[in-house]
Design a protein around this ligand. Sequence first.
Ligand SMILES: NC(=O)c1ccc[n+]([C@@H]2O[C@H](COP(=O)([O-])OP(=O)(O)OC[C@H]3O[C@@H](n4cnc5c(N)ncnc54)[C@H](O)[C@@H]3O)[C@@H](O)[C@H]2O)c1
Ligand SMILES: O=P(O)(O)OC[C@H](O)CO
Length: 325
Amino acid sequence: MKLGVIGAGAWGTALAQVAARGDSPVTLWARESEVVDAINARHENSIFLPGVALSPTIRATDRLSDLDDLDALLVVVPTQHIGAVLGETKVAGRPLILCAKGIEAGSKRLVSEVAADAHPDSPLAVLSGPTFAHEVAAGLPTAVTLACADEALARRLSDRIASATFRPYASNDVVGAEIGGAVKNVLAIACGVVEGAGLSLNARASLIARGFAEMTRFGMARGARQETLAGLAGLGDLVLTCSSTSSRNFSLGVGLGQGIAAEALLSDRKTVAEGAATAPVLREAARDAGVEMPIAQAVCDLLGGAPLDAVMDALLQRPLRPEGV
Ligand SMILES: NC(=O)c1ccc[n+]([C@@H]2O[C@H](COP(=O)([O-])OP(=O)(O)OC[C@H]3O[C@@H](n4cnc5c(N)ncnc54)[C@H](O)[C@@H]3O)[C@@H](O)[C@H]2O)c1
Ligand SMILES: O=P(O)(O)OC[C@H](O)CO
């Protein structure tokens, strides 16, 4: 199965490296000509994944038409740009493996809904889980959820990308895998705030647990299965992202917790913190679904400039309630 990757940020580049194991040829579409040049000339993505020696079988291009002859495409563009990029891509019924973690602002569409609207004839899979790009690119052990309604296709895709250190676990719960990845980014911002404000470890563990309850409530209201949310793409990724400054979302939260304005933290950045764009649309989608998400609400308030003390008070003064989801 010949694979192409759309998007040469850190994650698209790491996934190209996964797909190139065993010297398989992989075509990687990058938006930036300097990324194309660096990968083709020096086998390094010095802008988005510096310091990783890439397989020489990865060929970068800035022409989407160079992906026309491939068998399946991994889509690794940030969520807010997927509609535009897929609109320019000739897909012709080929499988799309969706690897971004977010919800589209405005339309409130999950990435699979954006892809289905753009390419209704293509089978869709979602690849999600606890995956820092630099660790995957370095060949460190990693497990992911690969969700696809077509179980035979999930098996073929898994066989193609699996290795001794990269383990896809098959699922047919596409919505659950997507919601886990999108919601954990928002919760990671909240955990970063706890770190930045020096609120310490009890508070962070409580946010992870209560955040997981929010993720589960919202996911189940949208048709996700609890076991998916409790798996790699939900709880697994939540734990990873809420624990490390390697996470861009967590780091954004650290800055907010230190009292730096969101605008200053987000301006001029080359890399994406998906949770910042997802938080407001998640809040709206939760309202539509009749689901309470106070932590997601708190993240929206902080991103909107509300003072940390007031946001904390609003969370801590909520009425006491039973613990169940
Ligand atoms: N980095 C990780 O460890 C990691 C792991 C798993 C999932 N993800 C997800 O993968 C997706 C991509 O993130 P990343 O980390 O590879 O990105 P990145 O932060 O490393 O790079 C930013 C990317 O955005 C692209 N971009 C910027 N403006 C664009 C535009 N107008 N149109 C199209 N593309 C544009 C850039 O070309 C680049 O590919 C995100 O949804 C992220 O949540 C990332
Ligand atoms: O750096 P982040 O916060 O975008 O997280 C990266 C991955 O999603 C972790 O699984």
